[in-house]
Design a binder for this molecule. Structure first.
Ligand SMILES: *Cc1c(COP(=O)(O)O)cnc(C)c1O
Length: 341
């Protein structure tokens, strides 16, 4: 057993097939005991519920090596419970939380050689997901489901430093007020593809979505939550029932209050007040924080003065503290760093 010989520093974010994955089937009202398998293929009916009516939810987290060469992941119980919430909203049978964490551990242990070396910046991305698998043609929930976990190594998110990005206010909406924006479901991404392709064509890295009801309040981007730093150096986090509850963002809230002594406010954030903020970041598992330097609102530019050329000072402290905790260089709250091997 030896870590795979790969050009870790130059790896991108693409699927690479690894050795093992986890599968459990739901049939006759219960989940089976689950298994690790070599088989990366899913065989299903042409009429499977997921193919017809998109009944599928997913999670995303990472495993990585700490300085003392332990393999760990970050707060996996939160992914487990968020997937239960996602499943319930789509009328799917929740996969038990303890079994979710166990499945993640099993797949990482079965692919240990694929966990990139400490310091390479690369990580092992873990993708748990589940979907309706039996034939469904009349619109209703499936009766049989499959839960799977695969892993794939991904390269460093920022190659050569985190340069602030420019994003745009989208003309499309992401999530209706009482819709599915708060769950992690493929359906939220399917409908965002046209919006992100359009943003990229126009030269922007991401979309800022507004609340569809009034189009005055900040929601999030396609796959990351916002954080803002106000004129007093405190953290302001948009609050809405249709924002996906990012684990990174929730962790940054704690880090800001308990490690950096910042005041943190979660509240509705108006598009019209963004001009008063000093820094802006996007948070999610992939990048931890991507700094945003500018937001284009139909030709009008909102510039974040402290984070325009490079990651702003408060964002930097948040980033360094959270990644320090994740990498085991700094003591984090109980249970945040979850040892696997
Ligand atoms: C996954 C996701 C995030 C980030 O959540 P993390 O738990 O921090 O990875 C943010 N927004 C959306 C829409 C997402 O799907």
């Amino acid at each position: 057993m030896a870590i795979k010989d790969m050009d870790w520093a130059n790896l991108g974010f693409g699927y690479i097939k690894t050795d093992k994955r986890y599968v459990s089937d739901y049939k006759d009202g219960k989940w089976d005991e689950g298994r690790i398998t070599d088989d990366d293929k899913v065989v299903m009916s042409e009429c499977a519920g997921v193919l017809q009516y998109a009944q599928t939810v997913f999670e995303g987290l990472k495993a990585y090596r700490t300085g003392d060469n332990k393999v760990v992941c970050f707060r996996p119980h939160l992914n487990a419970s968020r997937m239960v919430d996602s499943a319930k909203r789509l009328e799917m049978p929740p996969f038990p939380e303890e079994r979710f964490v166990d499945a993640v551990e099993q797949v990482v242990r079965a692919n240990l050689d694929w966990v990139p070396p400490h310091g390479s910046g690369a990580t092992l991305y873990i993708r748990p997901y589940m979907f309706g698998i039996n034939p469904v043609i009349g619109v209703k929930p499936a009766e049989e489901y499959q839960f799977r976990v695969f892993v794939t190594p991904v390269g460093p998110y920022f190659k050569g430093g985190a340069k602030p990005i420019t994003i745009c206010v989208s003309d499309f909406d992401r999530a209706a007020p009482k819709g599915t924006g708060h769950i992690k479901a493929g359906l939220n991404y399917a409908m965002s593809l046209h919006a992100i392709v359009t943003a990229h064509k126009n030269g922007f890295a991401e979309n800022l979505y507004l609340d569809p009801a009034t189009r005055t309040k900040v929601e999030e981007t396609g796959g990351a939550n916002f954080i803002f730093v106000d004129a007093d150096g405190n953290l302001v986090i948009p609050k809405s029932d249709s924002i996906l509850p990012s684990i990174t963002r929730r962790s940054l809230h704690t880090v800001a209050e308990e490690y950096l002594g910042l005041k943190v406010t979660e509240r509705e954030v108006l598009l019209s007040e963004l001009k008063d903020f000093k820094e802006c970041g996007l948070c999610g598992t992939a990048a931890v924080i991507s700094p945003v330097g500018k937001i284009d609102n139909h030709g009008e530019e909102i510039i974040f003065p402290d984070g325009c050329e490079e990651m702003g000072p408060v964002t930097r402290k948040l980033y360094d503290t959270l990644t320090g905790i994740q990498m085991g260089e700094m003591e984090g709250p109980e249970g945040w760093v979850h040892e696997i091997a």
